[in-house]
Structure formats: structure tokens, C-alpha cells
Design a protein around this ligand. Structure first.
Ligand SMILES: Cc1cc2nc3c(=O)[nH]c(=O)nc-3n(C[C@H](O)[C@H](O)[C@H](O)COP(=O)(O)OP(=O)(O)OC[C@H]3O[C@@H](n4cnc5c(N)ncnc54)[C@H](O)[C@@H]3O)c2cc1C
Length: 430
């Protein structure tokens, strides 16, 4: 009897995969994690190398904690995560501490972690699940089927030079963040009728670095106009605080605000002992956009699927983007797994085309409400009225926390049912 060597495990060719994910931020890493876990060959192309910076407030609500736990990431304090108990709101001369609600659906605590750490943790988790991550590879454009115009891959260049390479896959995911060049190259631009925020942030050494509440300031003034947005102070637990502010494009001040000056002016009013002064600043002040309320659609077009900031998934009520980047990553991965398991191309297509509907089911009504909310608070008189009349009413503010942070149980108490009911009733165009 002749002995045969066992067949070598089949290695996919380096430039082909079932799915290409462009970008390894929270949305790309989460999509890749769930795809790889289901046994698909996933190639993630990321232009930077981890660990890398990302301009962010570094704040994670209980929604984000849940997504981390779902991925099997250990979120204990011994692993470098800083816990918080809730949100402290300061406005109209008042100060309210609102603990995160007690719910079955979400944990009762939030976290803080630098994006330097968080994004690397997520990317490595995707790798552990089997995703192939190529760092230092910038995608420069789509590869299209000449006859149908469908995306069949991408062209990319490596940071260390060399020739452009082509990568091919059955579907391509745009997880390349707010500017999403890949979506633009496929004709998908930002929608002007949807909200957009701009925010700046920096870090200061401060005795407040171990604050166990996330802090939010509603009083951002431009002369006598109260601006729609808020300032934040999040203790990083490492001797520094992440301090920043964000504004919405629904106010007249949006296009012509000097964000750096506004930040400095806001901080000048803080107690000196908190240390938010130029001498204690440890990083440059940096800013970026927050694409909100589905501001780029459709989320599926010609073989390209949009996830996270690329698809404008930031919550318009509070500017939170990480939880939604990760949640939409999971929804997308589950759609792709089902689609690629179908034997006929038309069937695959039908499943992929269901992705925008799945997103709309999950967030459409809530984001439609959010879009109305940002229009209303864009009017300075309304913003001032709302701040003045809600800050003195803790019960109303507890309800506002549930609404603004999207934290309810499906069959929870009366306030949960009100938030859920409003989201269901809101007109919900895809
Ligand atoms: C100032 C500020 C503060 C914020 N604070 C918070 C907060 O406290 N909490 C919160 O939940 N959210 C916050 N957000 C929002 C949050 O940062 C985003 O919603 C989140 O990062 C979205 O994740 P993403 O993976 O979709 O995109 P990103 O995190 O932007 O990741 C995109 C990735 O794609 C890569 N990439 C881009 N182009 C290419 C290319 N051509 N080829 C290969 N790779 C590419 C990038 O390098 C990057 O790694 C804040 C945003 C800003 C601007």
C-alpha cells in the first residue's frame, strides 16, 4: 500500500477572497470578525498600521459595551478599560448626574478607551477569528465589471511603495469612514438633506482623569446664541482627560465657527484646578466630521455595501458612532454570509439587496426622529428653551437620556415604550 501525504491545507490566493473589507476601524473590524467566524475568506485592507490614532471622544455607552462583549472582548478594568456609571449633564446653571438605565438589553455601565487601543483590539480580534488583515495598504479605487458596472474588487497601493495591486472578491465592503472615497468612486455621495456634525478634541493632564461619569456641557455660546451641540469631558484614567466639542449643521453658525477658539473660550470658564490650560495640553486640537442619520444612501449598490461612518450611521441625537459602526458591521456580516451561501447569483443579489431594509428596520424610525430633533435644536431660541426647561426636571432628563442614547428594552417601562413607540411611528424613508 502506498502512503500518501495528507493534502496541504488549501490556501486562498493572496489577491482573492470571498469578501474584501476596506478599512479596519470599528465597522470594518467587526464586519470582518463576524464574516471570518462564519468561515468566509475575508481580506481587510487598512491604509494605516496599528496602533494608530483616530480623532474621537473615546467615550463608549452601554450600547458599545454590549457590542464588545458580543465579540468576546474582555472589558474588565484589569484589561485597561475605564468604567463609567452614567452621564453628568451641565447646563442652564444646573448639574445633573444621570446613571445609565437599568435594562435587560444593555449593561449598566459605559467605558472609556483611547482609539489607539480600541481599534487595535478590534482589528486583532478579527484576525484571531481568521480574517486576513493587510496594514499599510491604501485602496485607490474600485475594479468594475465592464459590462455591468458592478464592483468586483479594488486597486490598492502599499505604503512602502511597490506596484499597485488588484484584489478581487464576490462582494466589497466600504468601511473606510466618513469620506469613504470608495463609495464616492461608485457614485455614492453624501446627502445634503441629512445631518452632519463637526467636532474637535484634545487631551489635558487633569486631576479629573478618573471621573466615573461621562460629562456633557450644553452651554456652548456664540455671542448670545446657544449653539446646537455640546462639549464633553471624559476622564481617560491615565492622568489625562479627553476634552472636546461638537456642533450640528442645522444651525446658522455651523459653516463659520472657529472651533479651536470656541473650545478655548469654553474652557476658560472652567475652574483653574481642573487644569484645562495650554500648558497641560498633551495633544494638538484635531477635528473631523460625524456623518449622521444615514447621510449616505443607498447602503447597497452594485456589489458595494456601506457600513459605519461610510454609510452615515452616527446617532444624530448624541453623536455616538462606535456602537453603530459595530452593530451595523454585525448586521452586514450576517447578510453577506446568507447571501454567499445561496447557489444562484439572482438569489445572492436578492439577499444583498435586503441589507438597506435590515438597517432601516433597526434604525430608520429612530434616525428619522433624530433628524427632526437636530432641526429643532438648530433654532437657538428652541435650544435655549429646551435646556432651561429640562435641566430642572430629573425625571424628564432620565427619559431624555434613554431617548438620546437609544437605550431601552423592547418591553420595558413606560418611558421605554414611549421611545420605542415614537421610533416606530416616525416616517421612515429608506
Ligand atoms: C471629534 C470626534 C469625536 C467622537 N467621539 C465619539 C465618541 O466619544 N464615541 C463614539 O461612539 N463615537 C465618537 N465619534 C464617532 C466615531 O469616531 C465614528 O463613528 C467611528 O470611528 C466610525 O467607525 P468606522 O469604522 O465606520 O470609521 P473609522 O473609525 O473612520 O475607520 C475607517 C478606517 O478606514 C481606513 N481607511 C480610510 N480610507 C482607506 C483607504 N482608501 N484604504 C484603506 N483603508 C482606508 C482608515 O484608516 C480607518 O482605519 C467621534 C467622532 C469625532 C470626529
Amino acid at each position: 500500500m502506498t502512503e500518501h501525504a495528507p493534502p496541504a491545507p488549501k490556501q486562498p490566493p493572496a489577491d482573492e477572497a470571498d469578501v474584501i473589507v476596506v478599512g479596519a476601524g470599528p465597522s470594518g473590524a467587526t464586519t470582518a470578525f463576524y464574516l471570518a467566524q462564519s468561515g468566509l475568506d475575508v481580506l481587510v485592507l487598512e491604509k494605516s498600521r496599528f496602533p494608530r490614532e483616530k480623532v474621537c471622544g473615546d467615550g463608549l455607552t452601554p450600547r458599545a459595551v454590549k457590542t464588545l462583549v458580543n465579540m468576546g472582548i474582555s472589558v474588565g478594568e484589569q484589561d485597561g478599560w475605564v468604567r463609567n456609571k452614567g452621564l453628568r449633564v451641565i447646563g442652564a446653571g444646573k448639574r445633573l448626574e444621570l446613571p445609565w438605565p437599568e435594562l435587560a438589553s444593555y449593561p449598566g455601565y459605559g467605558l472609556v478607551r483611547t482609539r489607539l487601543d480600541l481599534d487595535e483590539t478590534l482589528a486583532r480580534r478579527a484576525q484571531q477569528a481568521g480574517a486576513r488583515l493587510f496594514e499599510g495598504v491604501t485602496v485607490t479605487g474600485p475594479v468594475l465589471d465592464e459590462r455591468t458596472g458592478r464592483i468586483t474588487g479594488v486597486v490598492a497601493k502599499a505604503a512602502d511603495g511597490g506596484e499597485d495591486r488588484t484584489y478581487r472578491a464576490r462582494v466589497v465592503v466600504a468601511a473606510d469612514g466618513n469620506s469613504s472615497r470608495l463609495s464616492v468612486a461608485m457614485g455614492l455621495r453624501k446627502r445634503d438633506d441629512r445631518p452632519l456634525g463637526v467636532a474637535v478634541r484634545t487631551y489635558y493632564t487633569s486631576p479629573r482623569h478618573d471621573d466615573d461619569y461621562l460629562e456633557s456641557w450644553l452651554d456652548l455660546w456664540d455671542g448670545d446664541r446657544l449653539l446646537p451641540g455640546y462639549g464633553w469631558i471624559f476622564g481617560m484614567g491615565d492622568g489625562t482627560s479627553n476634552v472636546g466639542l461638537g456642533l450640528l449643521n442645522t444651525s446658522a453658525a455651523f459653516g463659520h465657527t472657529d472651533y479651536h477658539a470656541l473650545l478655548r473660550k469654553w474652557l476658560e470658564g472652567m475652574p483653574a484646578e481642573w487644569g484645562f490650560t495650554e500648558e497641560n495640553r498633551t495633544q494638538p486640537i484635531r477635528g473631523a466630521a460625524l456623518p449622521m442619520g444615514f447621510n449616505r444612501t443607498p447602503h447597497y449598490h452594485q456589489g458595494l455595501l456601506l457600513v459605519g461612518d461610510a454609510g452615515g450611521m452616527v446617532n444624530p441625537f448624541n453623536g455616538e458612532g462606535i456602537a453603530y459602526a459595530m452593530e451595523t458591521g454585525e448586521i452586514l456580516a450576517r447578510t453577506i454570509v446568507q447571501a454567499l451561501a445561496r447557489s444562484r447569483r439572482a438569489e445572492t443579489e436578492r439577499v444583498l439587496a435586503g441589507y438597506p431594509h435590515a438597517l432601516s428596520q433597526a434604525y430608520g424610525g429612530y434616525y428619522a426622529l433624530g433628524r427632526t430633533f437636530v432641526k429643532l435644536i438648530g433654532k437657538p431660541t428652541l435650544m435655549r428653551f429646551a435646556t432651561k426647561h429640562s435641566m430642572g426636571r430629573p425625571a424628564l432628563m432620565r427619559f431624555a437620556l434613554k431617548l438620546l442614547a437609544n437605550l431601552t428594552d423592547p418591553r420595558g417601562d413606560a418611558s421605554d415604550r414611549l421611545v420605542n413607540g415614537l421610533s416606530r411611528l416616525a416616517p421612515n424613508p429608506e
